[in-house]
Design a protein around this ligand. Sequence first.
Ligand code: ADP
Length: 581
Amino acid sequence: MKVFILLRWFFKQERKAYLLGIGILLSVAILQLVPPKIIGIVADEIGARTLTPMGLFGWIILLIITGFILYGLRYYWRIYIFGSAVKLAKLLRSDLYTHFTKMSANFYQKKRIGDLMAHATNDIQAVQQTAGAGILTLVDSIATGGFVIIAMATTISWKLTLISLLPMPLIALLTNWYGTKLHKRFRIAQEAFSSLNDKTQESIAGMKVIKTFGQEKENIESFRKQSEDVVQKNINVAKIDSLYDPTISVVVGLSFFLSIGFGAKFVVDGELTIGELIAFNTYLGMLIWPMLAFGWFFNIVERGYASYNRILSLLEEKADVKDTDEAIEMVPQGRIEYAVNRFSYPNSDKVTLENVHFSIKRGQTLGIAGKTGSGKTTILKLLIREFEGFEGVVKIGGVPIQHMKLDSYRRAFGYVPQDHFLFSTTIKENIAFANPDTSMEDIEEAAKIASIHEDILSFPNGYMTVVGERGVSLSGGQKQRISIARALLLDPEILILDDALSSVDAKTEEGILSALKNNRQGKTTIITSHRFSAIQHADLILVIENGKIIEKGTHDELMENRGWYRDMYEQQQLEMEVKRG
Ligand code: ADP
């Protein structure tokens, strides 16, 4: 029941629809008492041989009219109650989605995608059920059940009603017992389903790796086992679930037994007519549904409560990076002064960055070199505020970055990450992602700078070619260049290429770099790469090792330094010459 209290805000909001729905449901509960009564009366008139053709016709017409009215009413309560429940699902879904988009990298690192998907589907469905079928079963079991019992007691015989309802408390006891067991088993089954969800999601995403390592058989086997486990746990749920209906039948059977046995005696004694006994037994049959509904009600509400709590606790998670109250709306511009003394990732003791201090003027290009894992991306992630909580200050144009509202702050950046991501839509839409109304000329211009225009023209539908599953599959280099075009289209104040040229060949890289140089006059560009050709023309180059700057300067200065940079540079030159043959 607690779930109804938690969902009070929604019932208030949809008060009109619920009141109407429940009102109609109550009318149905009352109106459906009419047909058994008519059957009883007709039976008695047959017994007394007083039934005339006209009389019978009248009763039949009344039955038909009742039937039609019930038909209409049943249609409308569904619209009101189930229709509102769908609205609740929509509201929760969009709340969750908005919340997901606000959460930062750290959240996605902690959560498993399969789990999040389960919340967005299964849990929302369970809450929807509570607001729909939950309300229905509650009203129906109380109202229909109550009205039928009242009709039996007041219009036929309160004595027979009492006698035949004697077995009913058994149902309440059993429902309680089943409920507890069911709940436990259901939770275990849900957890197993969640793991299976994760496994499926991971296997599909990692299918290439699985195949490359020839692990298909092992993977299928472990999937089969997990799947079997889910089946077994669901069978355990079904075992309890399937006990419920037969139990109800047995209890109702007992009631029939008592009602016919004692009813027959009452008829013989003249306390009841045959017609009344028939009507009574029809009413008794009508009690089966409210009792089943009662069992379902507990089941639905139990699940709804657990699911709604899971959704609430997810919604309560705060984003790690968020605006302070003093933050101002401002798109940053100007000199970047980066002074991070120390930074560790949340939940990690390792110091990832230490004393990373540098400064570049607006319009300059910064190059960051270093081995994989040295901390290049981390430097950028702090700059674009994907993570916070470092010791030190980072300023742009003299303003500490936390003083600006995230939304406006990020507008200054075009970021092309290492793990570029394209959506399953047309190339045009992928490039125009951040600004769908951009003109075709601008899109083509960006594609030309990113050296991908010619490639796109060679695809079957040019810019309208669909990417991914339903369209062309692109090479890593092509995907990278489309991602670069996407960032370029924004003409951002600060463009960041995070190892974004790793899959393009040296010549293409050169083309892109020189086009960038012309195009980004006066705007800041940051490039990280483990290939030095990409950064050697930068105004400032940082060499990072283990989260520290070990060398810093222009290409010429670093070459004079005779340190790691020069060694690596010469080694790469040699490799390139060997390649050229
Ligand atoms: P690079 O870009 O130079 O390859 P990164 O900045 O990605 O290096 O990584 C630097 C170090 O930080 C690595 O040791 C990596 O394991 C660690 N690291 C990166 N991202 C995270 C994270 N989200 N949580 C914890 N550690 C991380």
